[in-house]
Design a protein around this ligand. Structure first.
Ligand SMILES: Nc1ncnc2c1ncn2[C@@H]1O[C@H](COP(=O)(O)OP(=O)(O)O)[C@@H](O)[C@H]1O
Ligand SMILES: [Mg+2]
Length: 261
């Protein structure tokens, strides 16, 4: 993937102080968080975070987002709101090494709270203000609110209308809303935004998004955080095996049920 410059806004994240015996609580019990004691370099362009449920992907993306000035529930850096504070205090322990350039724009997307982001935007627009309303920036000028679009459509509108060049984008499972076709279109959009000087950190389970050439893939597991190649990812092997031989894999998976039938 062609990257405009060394377009990193975030070069490295590291725990400010080592983990001690006092850190025997969430989130310091997560191996991927413990691994931050040694520091983690982020690549230019796209860094994917992959791993099983509970491996710490959301914890890491969220802490990075809050450390970079985003609201813990998502949105742009200008949007301050909180409906239910559930985020860890990991961000207070993180040192974020920034690049020479500052992002011109940015967005933190959490699939599960995107709805709340849109509600916060509507509420801001309903208040008297000399500034122009925000929602048209998200809808691409179309009348109405993104609440009137499907989850996938509203995320797609966000990606096309609100995301722009030289942005820092932190996305937690963006595929949740998108059809496979739209995921590939999103991949193309992400590629173009990186070419225009953007940086992405994306937690994902999507083998479609992960196929983006040139992206860095970090696997979070019981060992901590390790660089991984697409072909070696356990989930990619799983999908390949299933798609090549669905009957065989289902036979194995459901063997007990079949036996007892
Ligand atoms: N507020 C919390 N208090 C205690 N444990 C939590 C809290 N939030 C998440 N966890 C735990 O932290 C671990 C990592 O969670 P998370 O970062 O959401 O994983 P992932 O996004 O990789 O599925 C999980 O085991 C989860 O149960
Ligand atoms: Mg998660």
């Amino acid at each position: 993937m062609a990257i405009a410059q060394d377009g990193r806004f975030v070069r490295r994240i590291q725990l400010r102080t080592p983990i001690t015996a006092h850190d025997d609580h969430h989130p310091f019990d997560i191996p991927a968080v413990q691994a931050l004691a040694a520091g983690l370099d982020l690549a230019p362009g796209v860094t994917f975070l992959v791993g099983e449920n509970g491996s710490g992907k959301s914890t890491l993306v969220e802490a990075l987002a809050v450390a970079c000035g985003f609201s813990a529930e998502g949105g742009s850096q200008n949007l301050r709101f909180a409906t239910r504070p559930t985020h860890s205090d990991l961000h207070t322990r993180l040192v974020v090494t920034r690049g020479r350039r500052r992002p011109r724009t940015g967005f933190f997307l959490r699939a599960e709270s995107f709805y709340n982001v849109l509600t916060a935007l509507e509420e801001l627009d309903a208040q008297p203000s000399p500034s122009p309303p925000l929602m048209p920036v998200y809808t691409g000028g179309r009348a109405g609110s993104l609440h009137e679009r499907s989850h996938g459509e509203s995320f797609w509108d966000l990606l096309i209308n609100r995301f722009g060049p030289s942005g820092l984008y932190l996305l937690d499972e963006p595929e949740a809303a998108l059809s496979p076709t739209r995921q590939l279109a999103a991949l193309r959009r992400i590629h173009d935004l990186c070419r225009d000087g953007g940086q992405f950190v994306i937690a994902t389970h999507s083998p479609l998004l992960l196929a983006l050439p040139g992206a860095s893939i970090l696997l979070l597991d019981e060992r901590g955080i390790t660089a991984a190649s697409y072909d070696d990812l356990p989930m990619v092997r799983l999908y390949r095996g299933l798609l090549a031989n669905p009957d065989g894999i289902m036979g194995e998976l459901l063997a007990d049920d079949d036996d007892s039938a």
